[in-house]
Ligand binder design. Structure first.
Ligand SMILES: [Zn+2]
Length: 379
């Protein structure tokens, strides 16, 4: 009997319940009330104010005694300490996270720490945070520190298309970048796994990639349309399914490691999570080209560059607003991305910071084969 058959695996595949539709929130009062009458609302100050007409009347109609708390300055240990006090003071019966990835990650981890049910209400399609049993922790300055696996996925996810439609298009584009990374990362990190659920997760990641290749351009042009909804479902729901099915063996690789390193450069805070991850996919493929001579990676990167051009994802450091960073900053980001615990080491070859820096500055390069041909022509 091998170890795999004796170890106990706990699966957190999906939220207990997912409600979706136009004005889904307006119809979810009773579903929310099932988790108690004293919710603590967690979100960003600006977002909660802007979206108040969506969530406030519902809670008031149910006669709920809610309190509001912000996750400022970031989804950080300090914010969580303050929020735990707010839970105690309010005697909260549930946590309701309303907002983007960081708001939802904070709400989920807070609920996990306080053993309370959690309801996630995404206000954009920028990540699958509303679905997953995972939270990313940042410093108060916004630098990625580590992630935490949670005991389970949210108790209730409310996907309200009318609310998501109010978010800037750029958030959906970023969500496409984060979701498409599932294929490039899962197919590498799962290795040659023969596990049924891992194989299923990797295949779903391929389906997700194909849906995004086929529908993203049209979806971005027509917010609120059927195809737009299909792409929102892909970034918020299907991306979450893959994380849930695949679990720890189907996690992030170099694309997210590059994101994590970049968050330590203050100027990257203007770009969204999925934008940095999208750039990170190009870096990952570039590493496979440079260090393995992988021609499939060359083809995949050229295909992505074209796709990014069509939908507005960043192709280079310049596109991320990092055209003027110093060598020292680039090196610091590369060293963080290569630290011993980093998921970059899930790549089937070793990567050192210098190689990573070389990949980061050449994401839009022609394929190596083309470069060789060019050199021959010049020579
Ligand atoms: Zn991500």
């Amino acid at each position: 009997m091998n170890q795999a058959s004796t170890s106990l695996l706990s699966l957190s595949i999906a939220p207990a319940r997912v409600v979706r539709g136009d004005k889904a929130l307006a119809q979810s009062g009773e579903a929310i009330a099932q988790y108690g009458n004293r919710p603590l609302i967690v979100g960003g100050e600006e977002s909660l104010t802007t979206n108040a007409s969506y969530w406030k009347p519902i809670l008031e109609k149910q006669g709920m005694e809610y309190a509001i708390a912000f996750y400022s300055p970031d989804c950080s240990e300090a914010s969580l300490a303050t929020l735990r006090e707010a839970v105690t003071t309010h005697q909260a019966t549930s946590i309701i996270g309303i907002g983007g990835g960081k708001a939802l990650d904070t709400a989920k981890l807070l609920a996990h720490q306080c053993h309370l049910p959690v309801i996630t209400i995404p206000t954009s399609a920028a990540t699958c945070a509303a679905w997953t049993a995972l939270s990313n922790i940042y410093s108060d300055e916004g630098a990625f520190l580590y992630d935490v696996s949670l005991a389970r996925c949210p108790d209730l996810l409310i996907l309200d298309y009318s609310l998501i439609e109010t978010a800037p298009t750029r958030t959906l584009v970023a969500g496409i970048g984060d979701a498409i990374a599932k294929w490039y990362e899962a197919s590498v990190s799962s290795g040659n796994s023969t596990s049924t659920l891992i194989i299923a997760a990797v295949q779903q990641a391929r389906v997700l990639r194909d849906i995004l290749f086929q529908k993203s351009v049209e979806a971005i042009k027509q917010p609120g349309s059927d195809v737009w909804r299909e792409v929102v479902d892909a970034t918020v729901l299907l991306a979450g399914v893959i994380g849930g099915l695949g679990g720890a063996q189907c996690r992030t690789v170099a694309a997210h490691a590059v994101h994590n390193g970049l968050t330590h450069i203050a100027t990257t805070h203007k770009s969204l999570h999925g934008e940095k991850v999208a750039f990170g996919i190009l870096v990952q493929l570039r590493l496979e080209e440079m260090l393995l001579g992988n021609q499939l990676a060359v083809t995949a990167r050229q295909q992505l560059l074209k796709f990014y051009g069509e939908i507005g994802l960043p192709q280079t450091l310049e596109d991320l607003g990092l055209g003027n960073i110093t060598l020292a900053e680039l090196q610091a980001a590369a060293e963080i991305a290569c630290n011993p615990d980093s998921d970059i080491h899930r790549l089937p070859f070793e990567v050192v910071p210098q190689q990573l820096m070389a990949a980061m500055v050449s994401t839009s390069a022609l394929g190596d084969r083309n470069l060789v041909e060019k050199n021959i022509n010049i020579g």
